[in-house]
Structure formats: C-alpha cells, structure tokens
Design a protein around this ligand. Structure first.
Ligand code: IPD
Ligand code: CA
Ligand code: CA
Ligand code: CA
Length: 281
C-alpha cells in the first residue's frame, strides 16, 4: 500500500527501529542522568534524556525520510496550547511524525519503571502508523491503519468487560494543578466507587497501549497533547476499542482530553465524567 512506504522502505519498520534505539538509550540512562529542569510549571519536568532522545529520533527520521516533517514535544515552546499551535503551523505537511521521546518523565526521574517512547506518522492529517515502546518490559506495540495492532507478533484485542464494576480504569493527573486537576478529581470521585479499581501509572501513551492490549478496560485524561495520544489512539482503534474526547466527540490530533476504552463501557464512563464536571460533585 503506497501510503505506508516510500519505495521499499516501510514506515512501520523504520518507526520500530527508531523506537527501539531510543528506548535502549533511555533505559541506559535510568538513574544516571543530570540536569533536571522544569518547563511550564513546577510539575512539568524535563531532563537531558528527553531532549537527547528527541534529537536522536529526529535525526533518524530525517536520515530515512528527508522530506518528512517532525513534531516533537521538546521541539516546541511549552504551554497549554503547545501542540495546537505547532499543528497549525505544520498543517501543510504531507507526512508528519508526532513524537513523544519520553512519555512518563516524572516516572523516569524517580526510577519508577513505567515510561515509553511514542511515535506516530500522520499522512495528510490522518495517523497511519503508531508505535509505543516500553523499554523496561521490552514491549513494543505497533499499529497500522486498517491492518490491526500487534504486541510481540500477536494481534491485540481490547478487553470484553461490559460493566464498570468489572473494569480496571486508568487516568492521569494533569500538570495544570489550578484548572484541569480539580475537574479531573471530580471524575475520579465519581468513578472510583463504580469501577473495580483505578490506576494512575504516569504514562498516557502506555496507558493507551494497555487499553489496546486488554490490560485496562479504559483510560481518560484531560489536558494532554497530540504526542501523548497519537500512537495510542491508533493502537486502540485497531484493537477494536473506542477513542473520543471526554465529551464523546471523535478523536483527532487536536483533542486535549481523551476517553479511550474497550467500547463497551465508553458511554457509561463518558456520562459519569460529564455529570461530574457539570455538577461539581
Ligand atoms: C505526561 C505523561 C503523564 C500524563 C501527563 C503527560 P510526559 O507526559 O503522559 O502520564 O499524566 O499529562 O504530560 O511529559 O511525561 O511526556
Ligand atoms: Ca513533558
Ligand atoms: Ca507525554
Ligand atoms: Ca515527553
């Protein structure tokens, strides 16, 4: 299929290769890095490893595909609308790579082994390849638009739970502690008593990969950026799940809030989140 390759060079094979290389390097730096800085707020961390991994990924993409454009988290000015502004500027790019070189920086900094590399390739605004790699478990999640999603060579399938009480659901605490966090806390308050349990493990991309793999029944978070979700959203839709924003509108690269589930519990969670944010439970 022409959209997935240039000549004989498969986009997916290159993405897998790059994610593996970056992952190996990031893992070698676990517990061995310096220069911890904060970005937009004191909760928003960045290290030399985030920046180094992004440079490595950019260089590798440019070597393979000199005409492709790269949007990477560490290449844009931080702020609530960082991704939106960048996407506007890059809207004419035919092939756009959306890169989170290290998703789960806070975990990385603390040595909590749950972080990932997230690479997505969009063709004319539509994501056609998504790769998320967890170097600690050596787990590589791969999806191609229309061709399914795979983990260790096996096709992934979302979980089958149809009731909240049977569901393991994850969320994340937004870096915007003043505005988004209180809204999310209402969602947590509403859902915690209704689901089997909640998890907040600190990597949006990996949470989404876990939904695709059927390890989580659902995930929601508010205040994310395109690079946190682009690969994960394709993994989930190619595994039979559903991805929208928290109001139930279709997922796109421009959404900031995400609700990603096995499909069966989607509407119920969406209702709970809407009610919670409207009524301020
Ligand atoms: C963060 C992680 C975290 C989520 C934050 C993201 P980063 O990405 O995905 O789980 O709660 O909202 O910003 O900064 O570690 O790449
Ligand atoms: Ca970050
Ligand atoms: Ca991220
Ligand atoms: Ca990051």
């Amino acid at each position: 299929i022409p959209s997935f390759a240039v000549g004989s060079k498969s986009f997916t094979a290159v993405a897998i290769n790059i994610a593996s290389k970056a992952g190996e390097w990031i893992q070698s730096k676990l517990g061995d890095f310096n220069k911890l800085q904060t970005k937009y707020s004191s909760h928003d961390l960045v290290t030399e490893v985030d920046k180094g991994a992004e440079t490595m990924i950019r260089n590798l993409i440019q070597t393979h595909f000199p005409h492709h454009v790269v949007l990477g988290e560490e290449g844009v000015a931080p702020g609530p609308d960082a991704s939106k502004r960048a996407l506007e500027q890059l809207r004419d790019a035919e092939y756009l790579w959306i890169v989170d070189p290290l998703d789960g920086t806070t975990n990385f900094v603390h040595g909590f082994p749950f972080f990932s590399i997230s690479l997505a390739l969009a063709h004319k605004g539509e994501v056609i390849v998504g790769v998320v790699y967890n170097p600690v478990h050596n787990e590589l999640y791969v999806a191609e638009k229309g061709k399914g999603a795979y983990l260790k060579g096996k096709r992934m399938q979302v979980s089958s739970e149809a009731k909240l009480i049977d569901s393991l659901v994850a969320t994340g605490f937004p870096a915007d502690r003043a505005g988004a966090l209180p809204v999310n806390m209402r969602g947590v308050q509403a859902l915690a008593p209704k689901v089997r349990n909640l998890r907040v493990a600190g990597s949006a991309a990996l949470h989404m990969a876990y939904v695709a793999a059927g390890r989580l029944s659902g995930f929601w978070e508010i205040g994310l950026n395109s690079w946190d979700m682009a690969a994960g959203a394709l993994l989930i839709s190619e595994s039979g799940g559903k991805v929208t924003d928290t109001e139930g509108k279709p997922y796109s690269l421009h959404v900031r809030d995400v609700l990603a589930t096995n499909g069966h519990i989607h509407d119920e969670i969406q209702q709970e989140l809407s009610t919670a944010s409207a009524t301020g439970i």
